[in-house]
Write a protein that binds this ligand. Sequence first.
Ligand SMILES: C[S@@+](CC[C@H](N)C(=O)[O-])C[C@H]1O[C@@H](n2cnc3c(N)ncnc32)[C@H](O)[C@@H]1O
Length: 281
Amino acid sequence: MIPAAEQVIGREGETATFLSRCVVTFGLREFGFAPRQLRRSAAHLKCYNRRHIGTRTMSQNQWTAVDEYITQLFVPPDPALDAALRASNEADLPPINVSQTQGKLLYILALSCQARSILEIGTLGGYSTIWLARALPNGGKLITLESDTKHAEIARANIARANLSDAVEVRLGKALETLPQLAAEGFAPFDLVFIDADKQNTPAYFEWSLKLTRRGSLIITDNVVRNGAVIDADSDDANVQGVRRFNAALASESSVTATVIQTVGSKGYDGLAIAIVTGDK
Ligand SMILES: C[S@@+](CC[C@H](N)C(=O)[O-])C[C@H]1O[C@@H](n2cnc3c(N)ncnc32)[C@H](O)[C@@H]1O
């Protein structure tokens, strides 16, 4: 089977779709090309790229297939998590939750820092919430902030089905209003913060995360590459500009040590920022 279309990422980070019999070089064998055809197709592709869009090609079909392969190996079927995705889908929530493999990564990160208290900004249907909450020890607490009433309602049901209602509070309201409340109520410091809400406000959420964490806490932020658009300083996309401001703030913040990892998979091409609070100023 040869995929009809693939995504091509150009030098400027723009995404174009084109019809082609060529797929990413190392995928060609799998699709039944003989070595000579393979060399010819690879040369053809290189030539196409040089003329049209740059030097690198990436295939969404291939990212999805590999994600499925990784998921089968590392994320076995799970009644509560699978039901959360199904219920969110049936309720027409946008499919903007983290992927299964990313959810597992969040779980591992929360386990590795032995998080007892977690703050999530952006709940949706509670899929990432369930992953994170499962890493909590007995008596641990996760507070997740959501501004959409329907999302919060679906999330609460999904969290209840996962038997996590005692450990998780879904707090309804705009995060810039609920974050000061949390601070006043004395919930901080959190051991881990996951930022995954409206991207324009990501810099402000990062500021709050610094106030609500301690030395050794992790601050994880999703969607910081945005299909490569993050390198476009002139972008008129408010989300891209929000993420650019966040990345710049993260890079220049002396009280954290941080990096950004580009990610590909079933959710496309994006990136995850991971920071540890060192407390140095
Ligand atoms: C990307 S989704 C979160 C996905 C979730 N973390 C997951 O992976 O399962 C972003 C969520 O943030 C919520 N949101 C958007 N703006 C917000 C705001 N100002 N305050 C709180 N939540 C907000 C949206 O309604 C949406 O449910």
